[in-house]
Ligand binder design. Structure first.
Ligand code: FE2
Ligand code: FE2
Length: 488
């Protein structure tokens, strides 16, 4: 297992990091206790001990948030739940409760429920009754819930309708910010490479700012960033590969719950892990065909070349030390049998094992001159799976696969309906991983179309409407993936 190194001083974690972590940590209890109160009270009534226990647990949860922020705001936005603006992610097996709560709110036209400090058992009971009194068939369900709350004199719980305009603009904003963060990171990488070539030194100045933008968007919704990773530019391999590796590392690190400061160092370490490739002769890196042993030797020298460059940094701050470690270790593998050879017993850092996975995944799915075509995302994961334990840390690989899903964002799929589309969003519930959301661009008659579908949708007989038949490569269809990923 990977050795987790001490990553930072406590001072480097901001207050908002702690609050966000706090929300994520307690958010699961918040959601699950509210769901059990709604469900159990419908079956047994509020007098039942089990219901009262659940309600008290929920009240405690409300107080955790209201104690620090003055309120607890539960929001159903798109297909997610947010608590005080922080997206709450379900744990394995908990997705059903999330989905229940999200549907309970949205079918009643509720966008947000605001709980204030001091909320009582009677008020929670009133909320449950108001929600249960409302039917999906009601014409104005939101109005009905609101009226019930007011008539019961509930003043510490309020509901708000979804802010459609705000939602639309927030999705659009997230897309713009993701695209901006992606290109900002590419620019930073180009600038650093140019500076290294001119004076052999490594400037960090703008890199951190670009990384913070990327972390912000990854924490809000990583789908657009992952879509950007799926769009390849063969002519700009070095820069796109570095940027994609950084994004994948930040997304994986975020899934592992690493704090913001650590994510920033991780992203930068990933961005510059292959810095030494700039020293490898371009005749080798662009050679169309397999490399000779001698050429591979030259490629295998890139970790040491990067270390030499980093060592010329004027200030040996934390992040530079991390870059040195990861540049040196990202091809060693957890068994230490990769390259370069280091003394026995030297364990890789967590960063190096994360970056090893992200670096390989992006390289395998990218067009490269030495092989005919890139692997599809699922093929790449399959190839990597065979080297788990030697080249890739088993636990990190598992989290990586769970993060990307069986069909990662950007995978082109042929469906059993003969329709073709691109995966635009995966499912958090591992059981639903084979059923992502797909944007169709070719209908069953072979005609162009543009339709969003969810492979989790069932027909009246309880059968899935569509399933993936097989994965296809953009090269097979001669299409421009970017066009179909909602990135334009
Ligand atoms: Fe490398
Ligand atoms: Fe690489």
């Amino acid at each position: 297992m990977t050795t987790v190194q001490p990553v930072e001083s406590e001072q480097s974690i901001s207050v908002s990091d702690i609050l966000n972590k706090n929300v994520r940590k307690h958010g699961l209890t918040f959601v699950s206790s509210l769901v059990s109160v709604i469900r159990l009270s419908r079956m047994y009534g509020f007098e039942h001990t089990m219901v009262a226990q659940g309600a008290n647990q929920f009240i405690q949860s409300v107080n955790v948030f209201a104690g620090t922020e003055g309120y607890a705001a539960l929001e159903a936005r798109s297909e997610f739940l947010f608590l005080n603006e922080v997206r709450i992610k379900s744990v394995t097996g908990g997705n059903e409760a999330f989905e229940f709560l999200r549907k309970t709110l949205t079918t009643r036209g509720i966008g947000k429920v605001l709980f204030k400090a001091g909320v009582t058992l009677a008020q929670i009971q009133g909320l449950c009754q108001a929600v249960q009194a409302c039917r999906e068939s009601d014409k104005e369900p939101f109005k009905k819930v609101l009226e019930q709350l007011v008539s019961k004199g509930i003043d510490l719980i309020t509901v708000e309708p979804p802010l459609e305009v705000k939602i639309t603009s927030s999705v659009a904003d997230c897309k713009n910010r993701s695209v901006e963060a992606y290109y900002k990171t590419m620019t930073v990488f180009r600038e650093v490479m140019a500076a290294c070539k001119i004076n052999g030194k490594f400037p960090f100045r703008n890199s951190k700012r670009a990384m913070h933008s990327m972390i912000d968007t990854a924490q809000e919704d990583d789908t657009i960033l992952l879509s950007l990773c799926a769009v390849r530019k063969p002519e700009e391999y070095a820069v796109t590969h570095a940027t994609n590796t950084a994004i994948l590392a930040v997304v994986l690190g975020n899934r592992l719950g690493l704090p913001r400061k650590v994510l920033s160092d991780l992203g930068l370490s990933a961005l510059f892990a292959d810095l030494g490739m700039g020293e490898v002769d371009s005749l080798i890196t662009s050679k169309p065909g397999p490399l000779t042993d001698r050429e591979w030797e030259a490629v295998h020298r890139h970790p040491m070349s990067a270390v030499k460059t980093f060592l010329q940094s004027s200030r040996m701050v934390d992040v530079v030390v991390r870059c040195i470690q990861t540049a040196l270790e990202h091809h060693r593998g957890p068994d230490g049998k990769g390259y370069p050879k280091l003394p026995d017993g030297v364990k890789n850092t967590l960063f190096s094992d994360i970056i090893a996975i992200c670096d390989s995944y992006d390289a395998l799915t990218s067009p490269r001159p030495f092989r005919q075509k890139p692997l599809s995302p699922p093929e790449a994961l399959g190839v990597m799976r065979e080297k788990v334990g030697t080249k890739y840390d088993p636990l990190l690989f598992k989290v990586f696969v769970n993060t990307l899903g069986i069909y990662p964002v950007g995978t082109l799929v042929l469906l059993d309906t003969r329709e073709i589309g691109v995966v635009i969003r995966g499912k958090e519930d591992p059981k639903m991983a084979p059923r992502p959301q797909v944007r169709l661009f070719c209908n069953s008659a072979g005609k162009t179309c543009d339709q969003m579908v969810d492979l989790g949708d069932m027909n009246a007989e309880g059968l899935f409407v569509r399933s993936v038949q097989r994965v296809v490569l953009p090269e097979e269809l001669k299409i421009e993936l970017r066009q179909h990923l909602s990135l334009l």
